[in-house]
Write a protein that binds this ligand. Structure first.
Ligand SMILES: Nc1ncnc2c1ncn2[C@@H]1O[C@H](COP(=O)(O)OP(=O)(O)O)[C@@H](O)[C@H]1O
Ligand SMILES: [Mg+2]
Length: 473
């Protein structure tokens, strides 16, 4: 976590002085090991991979040495004074003699050198933090939102738990499909990345349909988590019998954040939570789940509720702007109460309705929605999905219908083409149409864009359109 030491030149300088003085001491304090610096933590972590017995002092000294080398490029004598005094342990008098300087001059230069070294360390630290944040962010899929409404307080609560170094190892975000669990998990993860708290971030999407074919027990799911973590964290030649132990070593050594997105109730048993807790500390798990986990003892559960009417208002207008129908904002504003009566504060339902308004007359959308109004959220979604489906072009229907065949991590354009039988151009147009209607989500990374569908969209397609209840016929 970012530390007060690193915010002010005086405190950095104090830490640098105590680290230099401790050059030859194996044991130390967190200050003279410069433990609050990401540079040091990272180097420790990297070196521990190759030399598990490496001394902390060696790591800190390597960082100091490389900063002294940088100092040498701007002030050779000052750098020399620092190496002689601290690395070689020579006295002021001896250094003065060797460099043809008076002891006073050496003293003055030494103070100057420490100040310069502190600035260099700070610059290196800032650069390292930026690179670290960029690397972790590049592991997240693109945001499904451009702005979140009504989540400020929730974000603060979850972030606090996530950054707490002493407790809460498993955090669960619970709530209905489409309520914003994954979006909130993404937002909080991005904030945690900026705080430089976690060494690694791993986002695992749980494929409900595959797991349903297996006995959906906590131990099955734990096995799934271990396999996934092994493929991302361990060298490829690690024997599977060592996966658990090796992963545990890594997760105990440095704080990793592991997000288990879309974990369903049947998996979140006491046994699973216990297993996750055993892997955690300092690492943490963030789970998104539609139903509240049954155990409350080993886990912090945060339930997401519908967003307020005011936030619904803002979300609708914002979404209309995003998909290029801001000319309708005024008409939309007047009808928000009606939309809210049908959708409540369910963000995905709201986005789907805006998608409909983009292609159908507002009055027709409202009339249809009111006619099919229901208190049952699941039915409400089915009704809205039916409208959204009927308003699609034939090609987009073909593409959407084929998407349950694509894996949970989404498919690239050529895979979408292969499963739908459309031409490249047709796929391009349909992707655009489906994204605008909030029926398609962007996944993958900037370099490898993938597309996938929300769990609710998949359920609708499977149960209403293709009628596969138990997998492909
Ligand atoms: N508070 C919010 N403000 C704006 N958009 C939201 C909000 N919550 C969710 N969304 C959007 O609604 C859609 C569904 O949210 P998602 O996080 O996938 O729901 P869940 O994971 O609970 O099923 C996503 O496109 C998401 O970006
Ligand atoms: Mg989700």
């Amino acid at each position: 976590m970012s530390s007060p030491i690193i915010h002010n030149h005086e405190t950095i300088q104090r830490a640098v002085i105590s680290a230099l003085r401790a050059w030859k001491k194996l044991d130390g304090t967190s200050e003279n090991f410069l433990e609050d610096f990401l540079l040091v933590r990272k180097k420790r972590y990297e070196m521990a991979q190759h030399q598990p017995e490496v001394e902390f002092r060696t790591v800190t000294n390597q960082i100091l040495s490389s900063c002294i080398d940088l100092l040498a490029t701007q002030d050779e004598i000052n750098a020399d004074i620092l190496s002689k005094r601290f690395q070689d342990g020579e006295t002021i008098l001896s250094v003065a003699h060797q460099l043809n300087l008076s002891p006073d001059q050496v003293n003055r230069r030494q103070r100057q050198a420490i100040s310069e070294l502190s600035k260099i360390l700070y610059r290196q630290e800032t650069k390292s933090k930026q690179l670290h944040a960029q690397r972790l962010e590049s592991k997240l899929q693109p945001q499904s939102y451009s702005k979140l409404f009504g989540f400020n307080q929730s974000q603060t609560i979850i972030l606090e738990r996530m950054l707490d170094p002493d407790e809460t190892w498993v955090i669960a975000l619970a709530g209905l499909g489409g309520i914003g669990k994954s979006a909130l998990a993404d937002a909080v993860t991005r904030s945690a990345i900026q705080q430089i708290h976690f060494e690694e971030i791993i986002w695992l999407r749980v494929n409900n349909y595959i797991s349903k074919e297996e006995p959906a027990s906590g131990s099955w799911f734990f096995e799934f988590v271990i396999q996934q973590l092994a493929s991302r964290l361990l060298p490829p030649d690690t024997p599977p019998t060592e996966y658990l132990e090796q992963i545990q070593i890594l997760l105990k050594k440095a704080p990793h954040l592991i997000i288990l997105d879309n974990l369903e109730i049947e998996h979140s048993t006491n046994e699973l939570l216990l297993n996750l807790n055993n892997l955690a500390n300092p690492s943490k798990f963030l789970i998104t789940t539609r139903s509240r986990p049954s155990s409350e003892s080993e886990i912090f559960i945060f339930t997401l509720n519908e967003i307020s009417y005011e936030e619904v208002n803002k979300l609708l207008i914002h979404q209309a702007e995003i998909i290029g129908i801001s000319n309708m904002s005024e008409d939309l504003s007047q009808e928000i109460k009606t939309i809210y009566r049908v959708t409540g504060g369910n963000p995905l339902a709201l986005k789907l309705v805006v998608g409909l308004i983009a292609v159908l007359p507002l009055s027709q959308v409202l009339e249809d929605l009111i006619n099919s109004q229901t208190e049952d959220v699941e039915k409400m979604y089915t009704n809205i999905y039916w409208k959204a489906w009927q308003a699609l072009s034939l090609n987009s229907k073909k593409l959407l219908q084929a998407l349950p065949l694509i894996s949970e991590s989404g498919g690239q354009l050529d895979q979408l083409q292969a499963v739908s039988g459309l031409s490249t151009k047709q796929v391009g147009l349909s992707v655009q149409e489906l994204v605008t209607r909030s029926l398609l989500e962007m996944r993958g990374t900037l370099n490898q864009r993938r597309y996938g569908i929300h769990r609710l969209t998949e359920t609708f397609l499977r149960t209403e359109i293709i009628k596969w209840k138990d997998g492909p016929i």
